[in-house]
Design a binder for this molecule. Sequence first.
Ligand code: ATP
Length: 925
Amino acid sequence: MAKTRPTRNRQAKTRRADNAGDTAHHGLPIHEVVLLLGTDAARGLGPDEVARRRPQFGANELPRAHGPGIARKLGRQFNNPLVYVLLAAGMVTVFLGEFLDSAVILAVVLVNTLIGFIQEVRAEAALDALHSLVRTRAAVMRGGERKQVPSEDLVPGDLVLLGAGDKVPADLRLVRLSALRVDESALTGESDPVSKDEVVLPRLTAVADRRNMLYSGTLVTAGSGAGIVVAIGGETELGEIHRLMGTVQPAATPLTLKLARFSSTLTVAILALAAVAFLAGVARGEQPGQMFTAAVALAVGAIPEGLPAAVTVTLAIGVRRMARRRAVVRRLPVVETLGSTTVICSDKTGTFTENQMTVRSVWTPSGTYDVTGSGYGPEGHIRPAAGGERQADTATPTREIEDEALRVCLLGGAACNDSAVRREGSSWQVRGDPTEAAMLVAAGKGGIIVSDFLAANPRGAELPFTSERQFMATLHASTHPSGGGTVFAKGAVERVLDLCRGEMGADGDTRPLRRHVVLNAAHAFADSGLRVLATATMSLPVAGGSLAAAELRGRMTFTGLQAMQDPPRQAAAASVQACQQAGVAVKMITGDHVRTAVTVAAAVGLAADSAAGTALTGEELDAIPAGEFPDAVERATVFARVSPEQKLRLIRALQARGHVAAMTGDGVNDAPALRQANVGISMGRTGTEVAKEASDIVLTDDDFATIEAAVEEGRNVFDNLTKFIVWTLPTNMAEGLVILVAIVLGAALPILPTQILWINMTTAVALGLMLAFEPKEPGLMSRPPRAPGRPLLTWALTVRILLVSALLVAGTWWLFDHELNNGATVAEARTSSVNLFVAVEVFYLFSCRSLVRPAWRTGPFGNRWLLAGVLVQGAGQLALTYTPLMNDLFHTAPIGPDAWLRIFGLALAASLVVGVDKRLRRQGF
Ligand code: ATP
């Protein structure tokens, strides 16, 4: 057995040497690779062998990319201007002999560092956890049976099967392939897909040129193939790259970067101001020690040091909430874009509908048939439709299956088919495409035993279904000595009719095709929202080994139509309405027929009409002159029979009209449109890995309602960020101004630097952060989308920040003066000032829970975190005021009930003023 199997622990260097040496799998013929890895190129590994290898090799996962180590992360927290100021202040206080102050300052620095560190680690962990929500599955042959397994479960020697749209789950040596093309840009940077083959290559071939290998993390863009796993997890080429890079992406978005820049510019300005204040004071003859304390107080108070961390935490909480609502964010900046989304372009099948197909009717040139039963269970029959179109000479109720076209239509639908339906427990489960599964079930109801046909006529070649081709064809070579072959095709009605010259009669004879009759029948089905597929067949005297679309054109015989139902999703209509109310336009983009699309659109509340130009087909889109294109796209709500390239044009046109566009996609060819869209959304269940890689968000349930939920959460993230900023800035401004006034007047400081530190540190954590847990506001989805470039703070909010700052400054000075004039000591007066600051912040916090609604309407218990925070803060204030230890540390002193009355009176008065401002501004927000 394989002695040279890769082992997980081996060092990168050794592995490199191996690759160029005896385990250079690209340099070995397939049978040697098979021998080396103890496997079978046709049947794969047996389940027992897999179970044995699994613990030996571990999971097929990349080793976690570690960010900076704990020590570096902790160290980074010190690298911040505020910490420098504090450390300098600490040193000066030591110098002045104020050891208690030095201790407090040092403690604050440490606590600040610890809190920053914990926040960073938690935010990273929240984002990290998302990756595990989108799991890749791989198709493998194990013991001769095809299975889907989680990619982590692969072991060296496993035989992996791949098709277009798959992500390569491990490093593989190819053993079979057909027209395989792979996008290896993740590994080589080369964006054009490369063709693969099986030939043995020289050992020293560079990775980018190893045509007989597939590498983990690359994407199959066309064709199919099978390969033996030669390396997994960290041993793969991708693992090597990860090891070299070894870092995780920082949790940054344009907004967080902008805010971080804003706060560092502000910090520099404030430090300069503090320096000027210090120098001016000293020049005026003030004591340098006192002036230094004042300058430190100014700097510590005015610098909004908590801002960047709070923004990251709010984003991380938003992303976690989205994941809970089944929208997994792959790229963080999209959280910002979601709140500004103005148009959502969504697929029909699976997103607006359940993707649960049931064939309801079959139409042949000789009759119409009803199919009974529901779901994927085999119960049901096929019988002539009551009052359906029937020709006198053919099918009667008792002779329906004598319609040869019906039999061949059902057989073709089941033979030209890659799906499987299996009973699992009490329900029937589909493997593969639900459209195909429905046709398989219909054939069963018609008494067709497709396995018998396939045994006698195995599939020799195929043209797989693609969204561009819109049909699929298979070639079956007879095992009978007389030879011959049969071709079946199934797909979109117009495309299949393009292949046909004749139509099949009830007796199996071919007669001239009546294209318009078929189209009329298809339209009638489509008008009732059914999805219609046509089937066709062709006999060949000799079955060749290949199949080409050009060879089929005009040579096949049309056999029938199968019309299937796919019920609209229950929540779709309500979600469409919610989007429309929120000023977000919804458009349906589908590969299906325009009439089917229009009917389904109507069912979910999207009005569209071909005559009015609100439903357009791909052909119509191509005919629109370039100049009129954006307008036409803006007007339309349904786009049918649209190809992936047209999706890209549609997105570009919408963006040219100033839209922020979200677009869904699931196929390989949707990737360019997904990348172009401002919000690319892929389907977790049915989407290809290629689409997922290109998207910003993966919907784990494929549901349109989830897109709406993500938009809502995106808006809420912005709301909560704004609330935090509007809440926190007045405190910083007021603290800075209170000190500045003291410096200018040459008066005693109403609050000391250590007290400012207390206020900032405790309120940011106990009060401010709790705003990130704020539930969404009722009006969230009845506002228009946020303009992308709009600043976070509107004019009205800026005025509010200034207003609250002014109230705080005036209130603090009045109270400080009043207390001193009424016989209080400086320590007592300062304690009152500190408590006033915190009281105003608490009252104002409730006001900030909604930026528009009055505080009393937000419901006091809506955010329990916030209430808990207020209680903790309250306890902290009591301790600060009444415990001797805290009195010593923070230079505070107990105050009497009358002082508390004044504090609460002032805080209440400030809230009333804010309330009046809110009321005045309510229209303007
Ligand atoms: P949506 O784009 O909303 O998901 P869709 O599933 O109809 O809609 P496509 O998958 O591009 O879009 O399919 C386009 C058309 O091709 C379908 O309307 C159908 O007629 C045909 N078709 C779909 N699946 C198959 C298949 N497996 N084999 C053959 N033809 C198919």
